[in-house]
Design a protein around this ligand. Structure first.
Ligand SMILES: [Fe+2]
Length: 232
């Protein structure tokens, strides 16, 4: 399969984008249809129809009579391998090369289907087999994936709660300005905040470390997944 990725994506460049986005939508929402896919990728409904048809012909996806899209075992395997590549490349960029945390997702997206399986396996060994990407999203084989993916959103919390950032959703990573806003404040995995209050535009946070207060854009907050912590 790893070898197939380079061949397949050379022939059909859009396949890797569609297959990974379907996988991620299914992982976060448990269902995927053409509308959700077109919103997620930011392309027209007709482009999605064509792409899904292509995936079906390639034996990578299925669609039922209600329009629900599923991946075949081969499609799932391909998506998981692409995601593993994406996360390892992000990890290399952020943790080893000091490449900006908020820019790594884009760069990894350009490279993920270009590098060889040997390079990826080498990366995995050299990086010590990381279990999440630098934005907190779990590798497909992470044994804690279920718990990480079930973490509630910042918008599900109450004023006074102490929270620890777990992950920025993949959907969030794609929203213009979101990763940058997180980076500026330090809304990154492992960092803790007290929720002070919500208003129409912002979630007001205080760093649990320094006490510094921040107004975090409320449109971004649902994409920030957190664990509620006990206040010491
Ligand atoms: Fe990431």
């Amino acid at each position: 399969m790893p070898q197939e990725i380079t061949e397949l994506t050379k022939k059909y460049p859009a396949v890797s984008e569609y297959i990974t986005q379907i996988y991620l939508i299914l992982r976060d929402y448990s269902y995927c249809n053409n509308r959700r896919l077109s919103l997620h990728i930011g392309v027209s409904a007709s482009a999605v129809t064509q792409a899904v048809l292509r995936l079906k012909k390639l034996g990578l996806a299925l669609q039922d009579t209600y329009g629900m899209i599923m991946l075949t075992p081969k499609g799932t395997e391909l998506a998981e391998e692409l995601l593993r590549r994406h996360y390892l490349l992000e990890y290399l960029m952020v943790k080893k090369l000091n490449f900006p945390w908020e820019l790594a997702d884009d760069e990894a997206g350009h490279l993920q289907d270009k590098v060889s399986p040997d390079f990826i396996n080498h990366l995995d060994r050299e990086l010590g087999s990381p279990r999440t990407c630098p934005h907190g999203n779990p590798f497909p084989d992470n044994p804690d994936a279920e718990k990480i993916l079930a973490a509630p959103g910042l918008t599900d919390m109450e004023p006074g709660d102490l929270v620890e950032v777990v992950r920025i959703t993949e959907e969030g990573e794609r929203i213009d300005g979101l990763l940058h806003a997180c980076f500026e404040i330090g809304v990154m995995p492992g960092n803790q905040y007290i929720i002070e209050r919500f208003d129409d535009a912002s979630v007001h946070l205080a760093s649990a470390n320094t006490g510094t207060t921040y107004a975090f854009d409320r449109r971004f907050a649902e994409h920030i997944k957190v664990y509620r912590k006990d206040i010491p």
